[in-house]
Write a new protein. Structure first.
Length: 236
């Protein structure tokens, strides 16, 4: 996932029509040749491809056996995932922009995705996520909850407790936090060797130090502006 940028005018040139062959020949080849197939590869496409481009991309990278390709095309256009699904067996992960079980219904019910990326912060908390996970389990869709560093450590603590319960757990995204952030939110969860543990403190196992937080005033940050090569605004 791309880091957030301080300046709102920062441009991010997509050029996705060239990226398919470049990624295949340089990135995926290099990783698989170096690390083999014991490491999971997850590729976030940030909604930037059209359905046919996503279908072509998924087909061409099947030999690299990705764990998933994430958000290949705008998730709101759910019917277009039928076209992608018809042309590739590369697993698909979608849902970080969804806010309820109704947003997920078609993709899950028609088995157009393999991982649902909803997060407790946006999809109704633990109760809402349990409904989504239970529904997804009926169609062999696993969870792969969104977990960027702009969601607080409280969100991560809750997500870990949810992950331990969910029977169709797939993977939990974790990008880490700054030392200052972790000081402000004393926590009991740990991350080691690619695995996370929620700890054994009561509740969610996390607190908030208001006095320490006052030392770090809010500093706004912005996502970069994504554009095509001709300057056209495109999906972030």
């Amino acid at each position: 996932m791309s880091p957030r940028q301080k300046a709102s005018g920062r441009k991010n040139n997509c050029g996705q029509r060239k990226s398919i062959s470049i990624l295949r020949q340089s990135c995926f080849d290099a990783v698989r040749n170096t690390f083999g197939f014991n490491e999971h590869l997850l590729h976030d496409m940030h909604h930037r491809l059209t359905p046919i481009e996503a279908a072509r991309f998924g087909k061409r990278i099947e030999d690299y056996r990705l764990f998933w390709m994430e958000d290949p095309t705008p998730a709101e256009n759910q019917a277009c995932f039928r076209l992608i699904r018809q042309h590739t067996v590369t697993p698909i992960a979608v849902g970080e922009v969804f806010n309820s079980i109704w947003d997920c219904k078609q993709l899950i019910e028609e088995q157009l995705i393999d991982y649902i990326r909803t997060t407790l912060t946006h999809a109704g908390g633990i109760t809402g996520m349990r409904r989504i996970a239970d529904f997804a389990s009926l169609y062999q869709v696993r969870t792969g909850s969104h977990g960027p560093s702009d969601l607080s450590p409280v969100c991560m603590a809750a997500a870990l407790h949810f992950d331990l319960w969910v029977p169709n757990f797939g993977v939990q995204e974790y990008m880490g936090y700054s030392e200052q952030m972790l000081e402000v939110f004393p926590h009991n969860w740990t991350f080691e060797g690619g695995y996370m543990h929620p700890g054994d403190k009561p509740g969610l196992g996390i607190e908030f130090d208001e006095k320490l937080a006052a030392k770090y005033p809010y500093d706004p940050a912005y996502l970069p502006v994504a554009r095509l090569e001709d300057g056209t605004l495109w999906n972030w």
